[in-house]
Design a protein around this ligand. Sequence first.
Ligand code: CU
Length: 422
Amino acid sequence: MASDPASDPASAPVPAPASAPADDPRPGSGRRNLLRALTGGGALAALSLTAAPQASAAARPAPTRPAGRPAADPFTLDRFAPTGRLREYWVQADSFPHNAVPNGHDMMTGAKFTADQTTFQAIGFRAYSPGWGSPLPADFGPEGIGANSGIPGPVLRGHVGDTIRVHFRNNDAHYKWPHSMHPHGVRYSPGSDGGWMADTPDKPGTAVPYKGSYTYTWQCTPGSVGSWPYHDHSTPQAPPRPSGGGSPQGAQGAQSTQGTKDAHGAPPGGDAQAAPGGAVAEIGATLGLFGMIAVTDDRTPQVDREFVLFFHDVSPGEAPSVKGELSLCNGGAFVGNAPTYTARTGERVRWRVGTLGNSFHVFHIHGHRWLSAAGWVDSQVLGPATTLTVEYTEDNPGDWLYHCHLPGHMSRGMAGGYTVTG
Ligand SMILES: [Cu+2]
């Protein structure tokens, strides 16, 4: 099995201790520290340590920042200091038919759907026992992989100083496209990047062929704390068109059909995500190949509930079988098909929210608010491939909605239920 040879934790050098002076006493250093906490993927967990009301001072463990290292210097802070812990995952890309609206009903507008209008050939990452033996069961515990249903993929977890090793196998029996895994937020060498480019088509780990495998190695640095997406970043593909016989088209096939998009039976109005030749970048991610990386440190607050939610979308441009664009939450459209989350009053709740696709979204929860860089909010903007970590103590029983606040996205399904019991 191929792997990234540059990221063996056994050979990873232990960084020298920082020789910088003690805590920066200059005016503004505290502000810089706060700003740093607010940048990057979902680093709001850090903010909650200093400002969120649910993080009591008595419950806070002592900061792990080594003595003598400035709190606010980004040039020295983000070094990988290995703990020696290896987090190993066996992940497979599986293809399967997926109905985004299994109950056939939009509870918000009353619209009805038939299964053939909302079913497409999806691809998803699933975690398996070692050697890709059998799919792992759902695990919603603090170290768990989540639903492991494929959309999204398993939650891949690490603690600062840990190495995450992902053994990936491509089992995309439907499309038979190459796939990859590209992480955000963690540290890695080019051999564990997973991003395919036509100029360097043979770069290891960027186009793992059907039935092939590859091992990625990622490191959790102090700057990795938070929520991050991982996703397929392999070769762009032109989706098969029903009128064209449904045969898969690879990147080379797409190049050879430059200017003949109509012959593919492309939908009226074109495909906003496609290149002129018809190939769609990251089409595997659009069809479901994505998931969440969750990195903690000793200061990450303990929570009773953690919800992992992705806003994403699929349209006839990538999935010709669907009868119009669907705006999805973890693969489901409309309340009852999108996940329904539950909590009890008094529980500490964390949402790890991510987005993928061609759109901006606004994450909103009814009846709740949380502390952000802009102060207290109940709605926050997310661009493609960005994340949000939301934390609060549950205090409001009832049946609530969470949703994207763009009316067009709500109309196309980006809404789910949130039930709080007393
Ligand atoms: Cu949206």
